[in-house]
Design a binder for this molecule. Structure first.
Ligand code: NAG
Ligand code: NAG
Ligand code: NAG
Ligand code: NAG
Length: 411
């Protein structure tokens, strides 16, 4: 314990430029107003007869009423932001100003002097909270399984611009801009000459941007989503890519999402202000809009087995969005990055290894041959358990795959 504390102190001194400020998260002030609104929100007594509850697929009519009712009850009766805040503050939070933007990040250090620096990048409707289950697994500061793969990491988890406690993105701000300030965070602010990246959803677009744009500092990337639009069956056939029976299933899940699960994307890309302001002071509205994604895009076994994506986890995510007033600023990412998911596949200009994990219930599917098109793919693994939020859906499997970076790390 003493050794750990001293290690943290000396590391804190190392990053001690005047602009880095330690932060304790305290969003308690707006809690009574939020809970008051939750309590006073009336929901219909019964589902409409037309509502299709193909639970856990993109083919449903959306958020099931019964689920929304039970989440509302839980939010009022047993959810405690104070308690969540305490556990969130167990990690070391900082803010730093980069190019005029306040950037919030967590940094947790491994005790291993050879630990690899890594930045973990969340997406929408995620937040830095999404990455918390990986921190202890990757720093190996919890008793770890013995074995040959003992690679550990110094972990940095920022909030993307417009999310959580980072400032809203300025006008005309795009993914490459976010990649640039995060490279500054890792190199100039935190002093790492080289580092690894991991990203999911929009975070994968930032991670992939870092991988290609900063090919001297980014020495490895791990992704579980790609910033390239998945291909449909005809496009795959045109490339002579044939799928296994299981892969056909994954492909169908993508096609269902593209056909019936994509409305939020168009809305957020074209009228971010309308949805953002409609839900601004409406926690139950934010719950319906956000929880639908957590539920439909994750493994149907959500909250069981390795999955920590419980109802409480959903409520603390939505509470964070509400309490930091970041729903409106977060959805602007779609409008500001209309070409964020490219339709033409290109290879990043780097020799750095790319590792990829495919989780069965994800909404996008890229077979190995396709991932090979975009980078120096050295590792591709399919997982039966997990979906679009693998850091919550199946944190041990994701951490094991990220840890494989150690095998290819040369610095
Ligand atoms: C959080 O801030 C409120 C004021 O908004 C204050 O009353 C409370 O003591 C603070 N909580 C902590 C844990 O610092
Ligand atoms: C954003 O881009 C538009 C179109 O190029 C330009 O007119 C505007 O001045 C830019 N805004 C800022 C703040 O740079
Ligand atoms: C696909 O296979 C066919 C038949 O073998 C071949 O003619 C065609 O060039 C291939 N297309 C690509 C994109 O490799
Ligand atoms: C790294 O990026 C630079 C600038 O885009 C490029 O000239 C160089 O070829 C890249 N390195 C590799 C190994 O692709």
């Amino acid at each position: 314990m003493l050794v750990l504390a001293l290690g943290l102190l000396s590391e804190a001194a190392k990053i001690g430029t005047s602009s880095i400020k330690p932060l304790k998260i305290n969003l308690s002030e707006r809690i009574p107003h939020m809970l008051d609104l939750v309590q006073r929100t009336h929901l219909p007594a019964a589902e409409l007869p037309a509502a299709k509850d193909s639970y856990n697929t993109s083919l449903s009519s959306g958020m099931p009423l019964s689920t929304l009712q039970s989440l509302q009850k839980e939010w009022i009766a047993s959810f405690s932001w104070e308690k969540e805040q305490e556990s969130i503050n167990r990690y070391h939070h900082f803010t730093v100003e980069i190019e005029g933007q306040d950037v919030h990040f967590i940094r947790e250090l491994s005790q291993d002097p050879k630990a690899i620096p890594i930045i973990l990048l969340h997406g929408w409707p995620g937040s830095f909270l999404e990455m918390l289950p990986l921190i202890d697994l990757l720093t190996l500061n919890e008793p770890a399984a013995t074995g040959s793969e003992r690679t550990s990491f110094n972990v940095v988890v920022p909030s993307l611009p417009g999310f959580g406690l980072s400032s809203p993105a300025p006008d005309n701000w795009t993914i490459p801009d976010t990649a640039r300030i995060f490279n500054t965070l890792m190199t100039e602010v935190l002093g790492y000459q080289t580092y690894a990246v991991h990203g999911t959803d929009w975070g994968c677009a930032v991670a992939y941007g870092l991988y290609g744009q900063f090919n001297t500092t980014v020495q490895a990337a791990h992704l579980n989503f790609l910033p390239f639009f998945p291909l449909n069956s005809e496009q795959l056939a045109a490339l002579n890519i044939t799928l296994s029976v299981e892969e056909e299933d994954d492909e169908q899940r993508f096609l269902d999402w593209q056909g019936a699960g994509f409305g939020y994307f168009i809305e957020q890309a074209t009228k971010p202000n309308t949805i953002g302001l409609a839900l601004y002071d409406n926690p139950m509205g934010q719950l319906a809009w956000i929880a639908e994604k957590f539920i439909l895009w994750s493994d149907p076994r959500r909250g069981t087995g390795p999955s920590v994506l419980t109802d409480n986890e959903i409520l603390r995510h939505v509470s964070l969005y509400y309490l930091t007033q970041s729903l409106v600023s977060s959805v602007y990412m779609y409008a500001q990055n209309l070409d964020g998911f490219a339709t033409e596949y290109t290879k990043a200009k780097t020799n750095a290894p790319l590792l990829y994990s495919s989780f069965k219930y994800n909404v996008g599917f890229w077979p190995k041959t396709l991932v090979e098109e975009v980078g120096n793919l050295v590792y591709y693994k399919f997982h039966e358990f997990g979906g679009h939020f693998p850091a919550l859906d199946n944190p041990p499997a994701l951490a094991d795959d990220i840890r494989m970076i150690g095998k290819y790390w040369h610095n």
